[in-house]
Design a protein around this ligand. Structure first.
Ligand code: SAM
Length: 471
């Protein structure tokens, strides 16, 4: 592009744009004279009037002012908070088309960033249910809920979700279509109780207020329900009243917790937990394994689709029964235990002590004797242990969004397993890491996206690599 064309678009301009595709992360992409313009809250096929809010040499960002033409495959979003709530950015795109867009993003990154030109990526595996699939939702109280319209009245309390990019702005939600209907009923009951009893929503700018979060969990295979109210202080007498009210309305709640935290940071985790009813955890099943899930345990949020994801990982390992497997970034050991029945031995590696504790307890409760969990930061802990433990035939990795630390890539190459399975929640870092392995000792066999989070912009992927005969 020459300088004259570069100046066609400048910050503050309002221009008409045709959205051509969806970038990873969920922004629509339009092109003006070859310049990519990322437009938030848009989908491919729409024509919009948008204001340029950022202009760089190689791209620009814009905010939609008006939708001038709908996309041919655009549908009415179910949720009244659509467009304001940060959760379901793609709810106005038909589900089949969401799958195609997510697949295209993974394919593009694998081919362009990974350098696997023409590598075929099959369509993302759909979630068994596109709504009501989440087994955990976290809502935030606020003393000043977001007004959707300037004429709306100020409300003294709200309970809902963050507005994208705004840590202090919460839109009140009455029905979240990602969670089970019973969880919506409980959420509305808690909100009505809170209003009636004058609870003050926590203000995370001034740090005043009392009620912070409501976290709900549901056992997909057990129907057990956890309600976790996060507050700044423990008000014993009031919690007795609350417990009596909620338990008589919803006797099916199996665990009621009051988590207490005066920490300034906005995370729904208590320093202290008071069990108001039940054992303080719920249980659920993945495949044939049972898991105990406490208030702060990491557990895949779409249970049914997690079984599909782990099934893909198992397929990639191609276990025959005699293999030693390393499960890197194992969390509470869900993948490790999913694989343990078909392996000789599984070693799980994880940074968080409470997750390792849960993993050991889960393995013991199910009578697994061929599983060992090792605590530590993977950038060091793999190399520290390889001489002590049996060498791996197969390694499975499931890292956080940042992908693999270079030390981990180097250590895996040193261990040199025959098969390498990469479970990823970020196709950009997946593509980067696949390139590192396949430039040297490995060959890419398959890449399968799995849609764990319908209507959101997230996508999981399972990639399988095998050691080159020459390596
Ligand atoms: C995407 S989760 C995967 C968890 C598990 N595989 C599952 O499916 O439930 C990533 C895990 O990596 C752990 N983790 C993050 N950084 C780590 C590090 N540097 N070393 C070891 N584990 C780490 C996190 O605590 C988390 O449990």
């Amino acid at each position: 592009m020459n300088d004259a064309e570069q100046r066609v678009v400048k910050k503050g301009d309002s221009i008409e744009l045709e959205i051509e595709s969806l970038a990873f992360g969920g922004k629509g992409v339009a092109k003006v004279d070859g310049l990519a313009i990322f437009v938030e809250r848009t989908i491919p096929g729409q024509k919009v009037l948008a204001r340029i809010v950022k202009k760089k040499k190689s791209f620009a960002e814009a905010y939609p002012l008006e939708i001038l033409k709908k996309a041919p495959n655009e549908i009415e979003a179910k949720c009244p908070a659509f467009g304001t709530c940060g959760g379901c950015r793609l709810q106005n795109l038909k589900y089949d088309d969401q799958l195609l867009e997510k697949t295209r993003q993974v394919r593009d990154l694998v081919q362009r960033v990974g350098g696997f030109a023409d590598f075929e990526v099959p369509t993302a595996l759909p979630s068994p249910t596109a709504f009501h699939y989440r087994n955990k939702m976290e809502f935030t109280f606020t003393p000043s809920p977001w007004r959707n319209h300037p004429d709306d009245e100020d409300e003294p309390l709200g309970l809902g979700q963050h507005i994208p990019g705004r840590f202090d702005k919460i839109v009140h939600i009455e029905t979240c279509y990602l969670q089970k209907p019973i969880m919506n009923e409980i959420m509305n009951f808690v909100f009505a109780f809170a209003k009636e009893h004058g609870w003050e929503g926590y203000n995370n700018r001034t740090h005043e207020g009392w009620a912070r979060n409501l976290v709900l969990r549901y056992g997909e295979h057990t129907d057990e329900i956890m309600v976790n109210l996060v507050t700044k202080t423990y008000e014993k007498e009031h919690m007795k009243v609350f417990t009596k009210a909620i338990m008589s309305q919803f006797p099916q709640i199996t665990t009621l917790i009051n988590s207490i935290t005066a920490r300034l940071s906005d995370v729904a985790v208590g320093e202290t937990e008071v069990f108001l009813h039940g054992p303080g955890h719920i249980s659920d099943r993945l495949g044939e394994s049972d898991f105990e899930i406490s208030a702060n345990s990491f557990f895949q949020t779409n249970t049914l689709q997690a079984e599909v994801l782990y099934g893909e990982a198992l397929k990639g390992t191609d276990l025959k029964g005699g293999e030693v497997v390393y499960d890197l970034y194992c969390g509470t050991g869900t993948i490790a235990l999913f694989l343990a029945k078909q392996a000789k031995k599984v070693y799980g590696f994880e940074l968080i002590a409470s997750s390792v504790k849960n993993a050991r307890r889960n393995a013991k409760a199910q009578g697994f004797e061929n599983v060992e969990f090792i605590l530590g930061d993977l950038k060091d802990v793999l190399s520290q242990n390889v001489d002590r433990i049996e060498p791996a035939d197969v390694i499975v990795v499931d890292p956080p969004r940042a992908g693999l630390h270079q030390n981990v890539v180097d250590d895996i190459l040193k261990v040199g397993p025959q098969k390498l399975v990469y479970v990823s929640c970020n196709p950009s870092t997946l593509a980067r890491d696949l390139k590192l392995f396949c430039e040297t000792d490995y060959e890419l066999v398959s890449v399968q996206p799995v849609d764990m989070f319908p209507h959101t912009t997230h996508i999981e992927t399972v990639a399988q690599m095998v050691k080159k005969a020459t390596a």
